[in-house]
Write a protein that binds this ligand. Sequence first.
Ligand SMILES: [Zn+2]
Ligand SMILES: [Zn+2]
Length: 160
Amino acid sequence: MSKRAKARQGATGQEVEAFLKTYKAYLLKHELKFTNQRKVIISEFLRAGGHLSAEDLFRIVKKKEPSVGLASVYRTINSLVEAELAVERRFLDRTSVYELHEPGRHHDHLICLRCRKIFEFENDAIEDQQKKVAESLGFTLKDHKLELYGWCQRVNCPNL
Ligand SMILES: [Zn+2]
Ligand SMILES: [Zn+2]
């Protein structure tokens, strides 16, 4: 059983390659250009790993490419969501954060109420139980999200 409970690291080379292939196909279909700005935004998104807001990404990108505006970051992120390469999530009352869409893979989240850091986990036993509950109610399960809220380390949150 996998027990991943850390923020995701950046994508691997293979993932990046597959990602770019899909994205280029999407751009072509929508008659959009793979501009240098888009390239920088996307490579920083991939490098950073999960759960970034548009503003987070904008701050990172700005250091590399000062000419990139927030609107371009929004547009690029929206295109990634449309191309099903990224998913939008909303935790607590926060603004949307984005993470890579990984087909065939699923994880859930732990959210620290103090520092708001987001952790990921996978737990096969929980997944099985959820399916059983759904089945027992005659429900065909298509998707779910599980969010656990608490303190990331007792009350002494180290991320503050
Ligand atoms: Zn915390
Ligand atoms: Zn996640």
